[in-house]
Design a binder for this molecule. Sequence first.
Ligand code: ACM
Length: 497
Amino acid sequence: MSDVFAVVPAPLVLEPSSEPPFVISPSTVVVVDAADELVPVAVLTADLLGRVSGRPVEIRYAELDAPGVVRMRLVDDLPPGPEAYRVVVGEGRVALEARTTDGLVHAVVTLRQLLRAHPDGGAHAAAVRIEDAPRYAWRGLSLDVARHFVTVADLEVVIGLMAHYKLNVLHLHLTDDQAWRLDLPSRPGLVRRASAHSVDGDPGGHYSRADWDQILAFARARAVRVVPEIDVPGHVNAAQHAYGELNPDGEPVEEYLGIEVGFSRLHDDLPETHAFLADVFGDLAEMTPGDYLHIGGDEVLTMGHDEYERLVRSAAAAVTAHGKRVVAWQEVASVPDLPAGTVVQYWDTRVDPAPFVRAARAGARILMSPGSRVYLDMKYGPDFPLGLEWAGHVELRDSYEWDPATLVVGLPPEAVAGVEAAVWTETLRTLDDLTTMLLPRLAAVAEVAWSDLGRRDFDDFTTRLAPHGEVWDQLGLAWHRSPQGRWSAPVASEPAG
Ligand code: ACM
């Protein structure tokens, strides 16, 4: 394979150089200043280089600038923004520089994408200078762990993929009609009584406090923040199965393991409802270090608008009471006077966008998750075995060829908070199912979110993406060999029989 600079998402500046390549050798070391904050990213770097080359790579905490060295530094002479970074490969060494440790993570994964493994061990990267910073600060993936539970180990694979494509927000859809997946101290019955199963009676599960802390730390080390969602006032059958007090007759409802939506609802006139909202969002705020909590708000089909407004306000107040900001699906755009800084997540392109434009003019920011582009649970095509198709079929080019700034007519471009892909798991049972839907489309969405429009071209993207298929194969990840890609020929398998 010739040396295409297979960097995805496309960087702001990439200048190839005629200097000799950097080769990982037995003398390769990662060098950082002896600062506590740099230790995790140095470990991540040594681990990645070791894995690519098949050779252990050491870390030194010292000033050292010799051939074979990967030197990581915090610096300030970079493009604007906290995530900007620089990678310089030349003279047989590498410099990774950024303003923050998040920027250093972006530098490391860029180096990882530049490295070509040698069949007999080792790896090299061609000489190049890259300077880069993202277009949007919010580059997310929303993952439904309610319809089918996703184990911590599988979640770590997903987070690794996100980091590889410089996505920085993992939005976890933790609750729905079918199950409640996070143990909260104020309501222990939620996971005890409503987490055992997934759709169709498949096995379920939940995250303990220790699991949660592990997920947060694993993500944090890879420059990914977690935004947890408790979906209210609809999509609450699991909560009503666990706690009868949320129902007018005081009795728990039956467990629900189908895939219909819109039938369950909280009740504004039950005082227990408001105590529940205050407690669960209070717990979530206490357990989550980030700025944002997601309150859901989607698809409440059995409630008048006044009651919907009161319940959304109650949930939003429970979030802001703890100093957090509110994220919610697009339906909340019809609620006047949302808390300052609310992020409204646009998903259903079939509806009139006027309320989002009004909400944005009133101060909300809009997160772009158009189903027809970035709902990665949509089938790639009509015969695809996995996924749904209510938002249409979404092939690689569909995920790539759109502009977040002009998608919603009339929206001021500065109101766009960013881009978030979403995967709903009604039909996705295994990690293979999940990665088949994510790859290659997640890389396309990541480029939409990171790269300026002027840097984006589908043919160029598929050329840069081709070597990524080989990496996914090496990692043993299942993926969709989209006919719109330019993949190199798969290694021929033995003919059957
Ligand atoms: C959604 O897809 N119901 C947000």
